[in-house]
Design a binder for this molecule. Structure first.
Ligand code: SF4
Length: 445
């Protein structure tokens, strides 16, 4: 079988496995790997009957024109990893592939493909298959003819040498790789795209296997590893075992994780720091307990969270807190409370995002049957529908931009606020405007 795995690029960086595999567009020179795609490629590369080509155009900044020139083979199967901000382009690119390779099976992967499955099957005849499962699980079924579903503990170690890994950079300038010690989250917050894509299944990879994954990555000269687990410290024992193995084997690298902050304690933080922890990312979401509860989110203990952030700062671990504005019941006042909470918690970085409704419930059922690509704002990270009962989309956009700038100003980080937040926002808007024009004029693909 001649197989092409493609992650496309249209002029803006997309971190395609973030936000529950929907992808997030960003005006950033740094591009991150797509971990399910790395696993998929590794699985396919181990089957000798597969002639595999991988193009990570997103990493290499290859436009569709440049990508077309790179393609040499006459493929049997082409899998395109789609993202929500670029879904319209992804569909057009898939049509191009069908025209060029009429006998090849054209498949669209990613969370957005799952969301739009019914619409694509009805409207886009050039796409032969819309993949509803994670791309790594799909490729395993495809090449290994497996009937049951592969578990992450059975995955081979991710082989980054198949990818242009020297392009995957962390903001610090170090090379960056992603790994998983677990996948999924049992908490089931009803706005969470991870929960709607992976379901409530919580899968675990053994610490011994994760250590092998890390060794392979370090052998390539990559020095920063991000655990892409949604709730990294859910299984405390596994994390402690992993940290002890890293320390005992003297593996030296910086690492980042995302977790629920309340699951940490002093003993665990000390061990994590000793093994190389440099940054923790966590969701706070809203200051309103009512809003959190109505979204099936367990409110956290803010006093404890504040103490943990202070302790992490003392240990020189950076903190990044996520907040959501524009929940259906959010008002100007509740958003102000959320902002005040952010100021009180004083994480090193914050990321405000506009609430995006999960168009799937956690059971995987459609909330609405009217789902089509027009619902997703091209090259942006919001939807065209506004779920807020009290604020317009324009008001939420204003708040999103201003709160980010003001937060860093108020924290005394004036230069970061100006260069990273303010200038970046202006440039981002300009690039998105230009790309939208090209999309409308059909000159992108
Ligand atoms: S705790 Fe985080 S990862 Fe888990 S369901 Fe809630 S938002 Fe998603």
């Amino acid at each position: 079988m001649k197989l092409l795995l493609l992650r496309p690029y249209y002029g803006i960086t997309v971190h395609s496995d973030t936000h529950g595999d929907l992808g997030v567009s960003e005006l950033s020179p740094n591009v991150f790997p797509d971990l399910p795609l790395v696993y998929a490629a590794t699985i396919a590369s181990q089957n000798k009957s597969v002639e595999l080509d991988i193009i990570d155009a997103n990493a290499e900044k290859l436009t569709p024109e440049e990508t077309k020139k790179r393609i040499r083979n006459n493929y049997d199967h082409i899998v395109l990893k789609a993202s929500a901000p670029t879904i319209k382009c992804d569909i057009e690119f898939a049509k191009y592939f069908k025209m060029r390779f009429p006998s090849a099976k054209i498949a669209l992967a990613g969370h957005i493909a799952k969301i739009l499955k019914q619409w694509i099957e009805k409207n886009i005849s050039q796409i032969d298959e819309v993949i509803e499962i994670p791309i790594d699980v799909y490729v395993d079924k495809l090449v290994n003819r497996r009937n049951n579903t592969i578990q992450i503990n059975e995955f081979p170690s991710p082989d980054y040498s198949l990818f242009p890994y020297n392009k995957y950079e962390h903001d610090s300038g170090n090379l960056l790789a992603f790994v998983n010690m677990s996948r999924g989250c049992a908490m089931g917050c009803n706005y969470c795209p991870y929960a709607s894509f992976y379901g409530k299944r919580f899968e675990v990879r053994s610490p011994e296997k994760v250590i092998k994954d890390i060794e392979g990555i370090l052998n390539l000269g990559i020095s920063t590893i991000q655990f892409r687990d949604q709730y990294f410290t859910f299984n405390r024992k596994n994390v402690m075992d992993l940290c002890n193995m890293i320390i005992n084997q003297k593996l030296e690298f910086n690492w980042i994780c995302e977790t629920r902050l309340e699951s940490l304690d002093i003993q665990l933080i000390d061990l994590m720091v000793e093994s190389g922890l440099k940054m923790v990312c966590f969701g706070i979401e809203s200051a309103s307990e009512e809003i959190l509860k109505s979204n099936n989110r367990l409110p956290g203990n803010m006093e404890k969270i504040q103490e943990l952030i202070e302790y992490l700062r003392k240990k020189q671990v950076k903190t990044l807190a996520f907040y959501i504005i524009g929940f259906p019941d959010d008002t100007w006042d509740t958003i102000k409370e959320t902002y005040n909470l952010a100021i009180r918690l004083k994480s090193d970085y914050v990321k405000f995002a506009i609430y995006v409704p999960c168009v799937f419930t956690n059971n995987g059922d459609h909330v609405t049957t009217e789902i089509n690509p027009d619902l997703f704002m091209p090259f942006e990270n919001t939807m065209t529908i506004n779920s807020s009962k009290h604020l317009t989309h324009g008001e939420l956009e204003y708040l999103l931009n201003q709160l980010t700038i003001t937060y860093h100003m108020q924290m005394g980080n004036l230069r970061y606020s100006y260069e990273y937040c303010f200038i970046n926002q202006i440039n981002y808007k300009y690039v998105v405007k230009k790309l939208k024009e090209k999309l409308e004029n059909k000159t992108l693909i």
